[in-house]
Design a protein around this ligand. Structure first.
Ligand code: MD3
Ligand code: FE
Length: 217
């Protein structure tokens, strides 16, 4: 069919990798928006600097975090929750940039979750040696809403388990520009990130930045 051939000739090949029912890796999906994404992250970090949160148990997280959107994820001795105000400044979190929102909605739609409108973007910054131990994301109101993650900078090995903590864990390498959509029934699967190896990225330096888009409220 002519229209199919023209489309194939004009678009870079999409290599979507389903991980399981509900979860799909969209390789390189964010590359087209690289420059505006990085510019937006820089602007957010100027208003709401990356910081190391403390877990309810009193441990300093090795991942540095900030947020954009009407709600931001925070952790302290009192617990994990979403807050409308940055506890460090008392000001609202920086608004969700348009390029963030558009990318998250488009990725979710590619994965079969039409109409996803995130109200929170948690921004995680990793350096070599930083890890994120196995956990579930359950501070959001509606688990039928997916989470969209965007990886930027140096590569990481993502750990993807199952609904129970003891379920076997797969290792999924994630590179600059990769986007993953995690929806029902993978939404409550355990996941984490292995300690990053020493590495360098031409644009981001010795760092990985991960955006996770959520519908918190
Ligand atoms: C699978 N972040 O912020 S993103 C987190 O790379 C978090 O910074 C990791 O886990 C990172 O909570 C992984 C991928 C991710 C996010 C949410 C999920 C995977 C998920 C929710 C359910 C299942
Ligand atoms: Fe998570």
């Amino acid at each position: 069919m002519i229209t199919t051939d023209l489309f194939a000739a004009s678009q870079p090949a999409r290599r979507d990798e389903p991980l399981c029912d509900g979860a799909v890796v969209l390789r390189g999906f964010a590359l087209a928006d690289e420059a505006p994404l990085l510019q937006a992250i820089e602007a957010i970090a100027t208003q709401a600097p990356f910081r190391h949160l403390v877990t309810p148990g009193g441990l300093r997280m090795s991942v540095a975090m900030t947020n954009a959107g009407s709600l931001g994820w925070v952790s302290d001795r009192r617990g994990y929750r979403y807050e409308a105000f940055d506890p460090d400044s008392g000001k609202p979190w920086p608004p969700m940039p348009e390029v963030f929102q558009r990318l998250a909605t488009a990725a979710a739609s590619c994965a079969g979750f039409a109409g996803f409108v995130p109200d929170a973007c948690l921004i995680n910054r990793y350096e070599p040696g930083t890890r994120l131990s196995l956990h579930q994301d359950r501070d959001e109101r509606d688990f039928s809403q997916p989470i969209v993650s965007v990886s930027l900078g140096i590569p990481a090995v993502f750990l993807f388990g199952g609904p129970r903590r003891a379920d076997p864990v797969r290792r999924v390498p994630l590179a600059h520009g990769d986007v993953v959509v995690w929806g029902d029934p993978a939404r409550l699967h355990h996941h984490g990130v292995l300690a990053l190896k020493p590495n360098h990225h031409a644009v981001l330096g010795d760092a990985r930045i991960n955006l996770t888009f959520r519908r918190a409220d």
